[in-house]
Design a protein around this ligand. Structure first.
Ligand code: BGC
Length: 747
């Protein structure tokens, strides 16, 4: 009887009705679909190709992108591809996306045998950066400097909304690698060097993209893709896609936690690290993909490869002797979808492997079930199309204001000699340097194109120069480029101009870059720029350095003589405005360093050093430590208290302190709680960030801030790689205050 009811219900429940399912696991619908699928259709679901494969023309500033309807039909109807990704070089307009996605989904849902929709994925890493009209935000490294998870969440909500308006349901973000090598060209895609900070920001991002309840079937939510799992962010050489060597304990204490948190937060998909981890390419690592991610963390979503990386197990990594061995290795390691992305080789090979019983169909069924479940959860079976309703709000002024707020909160004042900043508005300034009058540099890579195409940036967003001109009047701003990023233009002209003004604003840093092309051999700022800044400093005119850069370029020779140094990271399209607002006092800075700013290119360290690194000869000696950042006001911390001097394993520890704005300007204090385990069986980090919060205070006002710590905050992986807390003394440090307590074993 029960069976009969199920059969009747199944019959009544058309594919279009799948998303009505109250439960979130979609198990029955997945099984029903799977039972109808041919092996070809299943293997097709695991195949992802790039838009180029189904295109007639490439998109460029002078040429419209055009899809090739025949190639598109071939991809969907002959090869049954489950997913398409990316742009063919240039971001599309909202309307172009809507037309493209409608075409794709029409073929997939109306012409294919089972009507399975395509899951289209893009890298919307700082806003929906492949939609021309979308709201762009500061890059993640800036968002980390805000220490404001609420802003991260809101920016992600806007990103998801704008993606759905275009019909794009899958975002290859957030990057949850902990960025612990300052040379690495993808540092700016991370939330910085601290695992706790990355975890908090990553969780906020996922909740923004997928919703608090992870109901990605909502009209304005999309599936997140945490990446790049695992260890990509710590290449030993600092070059992109080079080996990482990470012992198990470090993996578990530092690199895994943000991914664990994301799985707990319900992230739907994961992308794999292109590089190798302890000698094993992660695309072939059964331990990381299946044992840790799927079995131990209980990840229910699907795993997608990175670009061409299954092929590379054969063509580059030499762990596979043939292309077929590469496919088998990766799929058996736990890969569910291959970002092939230029051809159908993965499809052909995997099909053959299954037919020859080299790969069991049960593994295919598992992978396809995971993919179908996400498609069902996204409500794509019911509505795979772009949303006309959402369209009106794409790129709204309100969203741009949020981007401006994020850019402002991120700006980090590294140095401010005798309160030199903020500048008065009745002065004359020189604005110079390669980053003074470009929009692309404010945004960095992954903006409209993957690289650096200045001509496509909307002109209504201001460069630093334009925003300063608006503050002071054009007649009070002299602009001389002085130097490009690598080559001198005319330093003498800039230095001569400096002699005619009250102050010089020198905008230096990096040109936009992405991935491997961003590799460098020296973290030092290029000589042309150092020479420009040095020449301006030599004139004796007060100099403000504005650093616009994806990673902390070494500027040590300039630091002592500069009056002020403002680090802008990659502040996004509103960055010019935000920088001018801070320079001229219309916004009080509150950003905090998400990484440690090195003094020397061969002394790259993070803040959470070990005791052996703290003696005189090894002492941590960066220019500025993680967490540094000045304000135009001063905050006084007092009354740091804990609610018990002894904490049992099952207790929580409440910490409180008072914070007062003791200066004469309103401002936001970022209060950071650091914990030190004073004696431990594995030598402890000197200190680790455990909590942070922002407190906005008017002059003279004060507030009590409270934090709660639990045993897990005191825990680490011991010699047996067990996550434990050891009894003994701990120290809490907040600002210039500290207090100790004892963790006692339960009797
Ligand atoms: C990058 C990924 C990105 C993918 C798709 C790869 O080269 O490593 O981060 O998601 O391309 O664009």
């Amino acid at each position: 009887m029960r069976l009969k009811i199920i059969v009747i219900l199944t019959g009544l429940c058309s594919i279009a009705g799948f998303a009505q399912e109250a439960s979130n696991d979609f198990g029955r619908q997945v099984q029903e679909l799977l039972s109808k699928m041919t092996l070809e259709e299943k293997v097709g679901q695991m195949t992802q190709v790039t838009l180029q494969v189904v295109s007639k023309t490439r998109g460029t500033p002078n040429q419209k992108h055009e899809v090739d309807p025949e190639k598109l039909r071939e991809a969907i109807l002959k090869y049954h591809v489950g997913s398409i990704l990316n742009v063919y070089d240039l971001a599309l307009t909202l309307e172009e996306w809507q037309t493209l996605i409608t075409k794709i989904q029409d073929i997939a849902t109306k012409e294919s045998r089972l009507g399975i929709p395509i899951i289209y994925g893009i890298d919307a890493i700082h806003g929906a950066n492949y939609i021309r009209e979308a709201t762009l935000f500061p890059q993640s490294i800036s968002m980390a400097a805000t220490r404001n998870p609420e802003l991260v969440k809101k920016s992600a909500e806007i990103t998801a909304y704008e993606m759905r308006a275009a019909g794009l349901p899958w975002n290859f973000n957030p990057v949850l690698g902990v960025g612990r090598n300052q040379l690495w060209p993808r540092l700016w895609e991370t939330f910085g060097e601290d695992a706790y900070l990355v975890s908090v920001m990553g969780e906020a991002y996922i909740k923004g993209i997928e919703g608090d309840d992870n109901n990605i079937g909502s009209a304005d939510k999309v599936a997140a893709c945490m990446k790049h799992y695992l260890g990509y962010s710590f290449p030993l050489s600092g070059k992109d896609r080079t080996p990482a060597w990470i012992p198990e304990r470090m993996l578990r204490d530092t690199f895994l936690p943000p991914f664990t948190k994301a799985v707990q937060a319900g992230v739907q998909t994961v992308m794999v690290n292109s590089g190798e981890f302890n000698g094993i390419p992660v695309h072939a690592d059964h331990y990381l993909l299946t044992e840790v991610l799927k079995n131990e963390l209980g990840f229910q979503g699907f795993v997608v490869s990175d670009w061409e990386d299954i092929k590379r197990l054969y063509t580059r990594d030499r762990v596979a002797a043939t292309p077929a061995e590469a496919v088998k290795m990766s799929v058996m390691a736990g890969m569910d979808m291959s970002m092939v992305p230029y051809d159908y080789s993965f499809y052909e090979i995997l099909l053959k492997l299954v037919k020859e019983s080299e790969v069991p169909e049960s593994r295919i069924d598992d992978a396809v079930s995971r993919i179908l479940r996400v498609k069902l959860a996204l409500n794509l079976f019911e509505n795979p199309y772009p949303s006309a309703v959402l369209q009106a709000n794409v790129g709204s002024d309100e969203s741009a204001n949020l981007s401006l707020q994020a850019a402002r909160e991120a700006l980090t004042l590294l140095k401010n000699n005798n309160g030199f900043l903020p500048l008065k508005k009745n002065i004359k300034v020189l604005v110079t340097g390669p980053n003074a009058n470009l929009r692309s540099v404010l945004n960095g890579g992954w903006t409209y194109t993957q690289g650096n195409e200045e001509s496509v940036y909307p002109k209504d967003k201001k460069t630093i120069l334009e925003a300063i001109q608006d503050k002071l009047g054009r007649e009070n701003v002299v602009h001389v480029e002085g130097s490009g990023h690598e080559k001198v233009v005319d330093i003498k002209l800039a230095a001569d101009a400096a002699k005619t003004v009250d102050a010089a604003i020198v905008c230096i840093g990096e040109a936009p870059y992405c991935e491997t092309p961003g590799n460098i051999d020296d973290l030092t700022l290029p000589k042309a720029q150092l020479d420009l800044a040095a020449a301006i400093l030599e004139t004796g005119i007060p100099v403000v350095l504005v650093l616009v850069e994806g990673r902390p370029r070494v500027i040590t020779p300039l630091v002592d003589d500069a009056q002020a140094i403002l680090l802008a990271y990659l502040p996004g399209p509103e960055g010019g405005q935000a920088i001018a607002d801070v320079l001229f006092g219309d916004f009080n800075t509150c950003g905090k360093l998400p990484y440690t700013y090195p003094r020397h290119p061969n002394d790259l360290v993070c803040y959470d050093q070990k005791p052996i690194e703290m003696d005189d000869s090894n002492k941590l000696n960066p220019l500025w430590e993680f967490g540094h950042g000045l304000s135009y006001t001063t905050f006084a911390y007092s009354e740091l208290k804990i609610d018990r001097p002894k904490m049992k394993m099952g207790d929580s520890l409440n910490v409180s302190l008072n914070i007062k704005n003791a200066g004469d300007r309103a401002g936001k204090a970022v209060v950071e709680l650091y914990l030190s385990d004073l004696v431990r069986s594995i030598s402890p980090e000197i200190k680790q960030l455990k909590r942070f919060t922002g407190v906005q205070l008017d002059p003279g006002k004060s507030r009590t801030v409270q934090f709660t710590l639990h045993k897990t905050d005191l825990s680490f992986h011991n010699r047996e790689n067990k996550f434990i807390a050891e009894p003994g003394e701990f120290k809490i440090t907040i600002g210039d205050l500290s207090v100790t307590f004892e963790l006692v074993a339960d009797k």
